[in-house]
Design a protein around this ligand. Structure first.
Ligand code: GLN
Length: 543
């Protein structure tokens, strides 16, 4: 018999936001640590075709893959934990499934059949689950279903998984159900009923969990008698009931689960052969220890517009954690509302005690002048500055206005009639009117200039980074800006586009048109974030 891929499905019950994605990612980390080839797929019941046009307020950041797919932020967690670059097939939504089925129907592929949820939609879902490991690339595919069991939209996915298990053999699959064990203080006890009910919901649709991972809070831990009770009522072996408690960092979850022998239980259930050694546990132990006992602290100001919703900047926050922890530093974040900053005339006090300024990516003109001001402040006061995508564009606008004297220089995104469009749309994109999937998206090469901060950070001359934007540095202004001290840190040779800028005489001023945060991993901090954090520490030590 050929190589049999094993499938692990991760569901959520009771409420959303329990860290189901972190459990899936942590399991990926643990199984990879045992020498297995693992990938993770997200199955999202919402109807958007992709999350590219979804509001970050509702949905958090859009995570972009190498191949340009715009995905849910969970894909970011997957990549960070399993240290692998995922592809468009690793994510699918109901919208995408329906879209493809209906396109085929229009083409006449179904020969006049009545198109139905079962079998057409469920077949497409099953096809997509199988397609993840089409070439036998993996030993294990972990598939996380978004939302919670009981949601109407999720039903086709659960039905497809029910059929999938039957077809592939139940022994080749495992179901993990993540739930909440609330502690009711009036009763002084942990309640299992919500978990029982959500398992009942699953069983109604013909699925039964093999494992329960229960979220507990505030030191109200799972104990033996709760395990027995949950096992009995939910029809799960007592040994297969696990706990995911509150932790200081999400990177502790794999360790917590490993201590409970979650990974071994999964391996046993799926009868897989694996290394008995866990090669990456030591690394994680060390990482978590460094995280918990940093030797120094820096404060990084993030000037954005979604400050109340930190999920909008998830990858940046994680990249800062990877880099800071690697250097035994704790990076505190000071959230600066760029809109409020526009009317703030005491920037000195706002930026006192800040050792690094970061302007993240963004769209639209809200708060833009505030971002330009903070870039100016960091430039003039020699505070380490990291401008990402829109952040680089703001730095270029400041430089054009205030160093080169291009009055009212702007990006045509914010002022189409500006006299000095230092950031402009590329000519081949002008006709694009749709908002979905119309940007420079995904991985592009960047040739790094010698003697640049980029060069010393990456330690190489050619890199690939991910993009998600419409506007670009306008080369018409390049010469003049260079004469005034702007340095090109890297370019895309093929498209002749500026990919990174730096400023002569500033200790650490870097603007990048790409999104480096999307490639920072738990096991390998991104070189630019690493170098930015070190610059912040140096700034702190010398001020
Ligand atoms: N709005 C800018 C553009 O489209 C920057 C996008 C971003 O920061 N991701 O070019």
């Amino acid at each position: 018999m050929g190589h049999q891929v094993k499938y692990i499905f991760v569901f959520g019950g009771v409420i959303s936001g329990l860290g189901k994605g972190i459990v899936a990612s942590s399991l990926g980390y643990l199984l990879k640590s045992k020498g297995l080839r693992v990938t993770i797929q997200k199955l999202d019941p919402y109807l958007n075709v992709d999350p590219g046009t979804m509001n970050p307020f509702q949905h958090g950041e859009v995570f972009v893959l190498d191949d340009g797919s715009e995905t849910d932020l969970d894909l970011g967690h997957y990549e960070r934990f399993i240290d692998d670059s995922l592809k468009s097939i690793n994510t699918t939504s109901s919208g995408r499934v329906y879209w493809d089925v209906l396109k085929r129907e229009r083409k006449g592929d179904y020969l006049g059949d009545t198109i139905q949820v079962i079998p057409h939609i469920t077949n497409e879902i099953k096809r997509r689950i199988l397609a993840v490991s089409k070439n036998d690339d993996y030993d294990i595919v972990i598939a996380e279903v978004g939302g919670t069991v009981g949601d109407i939209e999720g039903l086709p996915f659960y039905e497809a998984i029910r059929q999938f298990r039957l077809e592939i053999g139940k022994d080749n699959t495992a179901i993990i159900h993540t739930t909440l064990l609330p502690f009711i203080s009036a009763a002084g006890e942990i309640k299992t009923k919500p978990t029982q009910h959500s398992v009942m919901k699953l069983r109604e649709i013909g699925l039964e969990p093999d494992f329960l991972v229960c979220r507990t809070e505030h030191n109200n831990h799972l104990n033996e008698s709760l395990k027995q009770k949950l096992g009995l009522f939910c029809n799960v072996q007592t040994n297969n009931v696990f706990e995911s408690p509150d932790v200081e960092t999400i990177y502790e979850i794999p360790l917590v689960l490993h201590k409970q022998e979650f990974d071994s239980a999964i391996i046993k259930k799926l009868s897989i052969e694996s290394d008995s050694q866990d090669k990456n546990i030591e690394y994680l132990d060390d990482f978590v220890q460094k995280f918990k006992a940093p030797e120094s602290k820096v404060t990084i100001a993030i000037c954005g517009k979604y400050n109340e919703l930190h999920d909008a900047y998830k990858s940046i926050l994680e990249a800062l954690i990877h880099a800071a922890t690697k250097n035994k530093i704790k990076a505190n974040i000071k959230w600066i509302d760029s809109e409020k900053l526009e009317s703030n005339n005491n920037l000195n006090s706002l930026f006192s005690n800040v050792q690094g300024v970061l302007i993240p990516g963004g769209f639209g003109d809200r708060g833009i002048e505030g971002k330009i001001l903070s870039s100016k402040y960091a430039r003039e006061n020699k505070i380490p500055f990291f401008g990402i995508c829109l952040g680089m564009q703001c730095a270029v606008i400041d430089f054009a206005r205030n160093v080169c004297n291009f009055k009212n220089a702007n990006s045509t995104e914010f002022n189409v009639k500006t006299d000095h469009p230092v950031i402009d749309i590329m000519s081949d994109q002008i006709d694009i009117k749709d908002k979905g999937a119309t940007m420079r998206l995904g991985s592009y090469a960047c040739q790094i200039s010698k003697d640049s901060i980029l060069h010393s950070s990456y330690g190489k001359e050619s890199i690939q980074e991910r993009h998600r934007h419409r506007y670009e540095f306008n080369n018409v202004y390049l010469k003049e800006m260079e004469l005034n001290g702007l340095k090109v840190g890297g370019i895309n040779k093929k498209l002749n586009l500026v990919e990174a800028i730096e400023i002569d005489g500033h200790p650490w001023f870097v603007g990048v048109q790409f999104h480096p945060e999307l490639k920072s991993r738990l096991m390998s901090a991104h070189p630019l974030f690493d170098s930015f954090i070190q610059a912040a520490r140096e700034y702190k030590n010398s001020n």
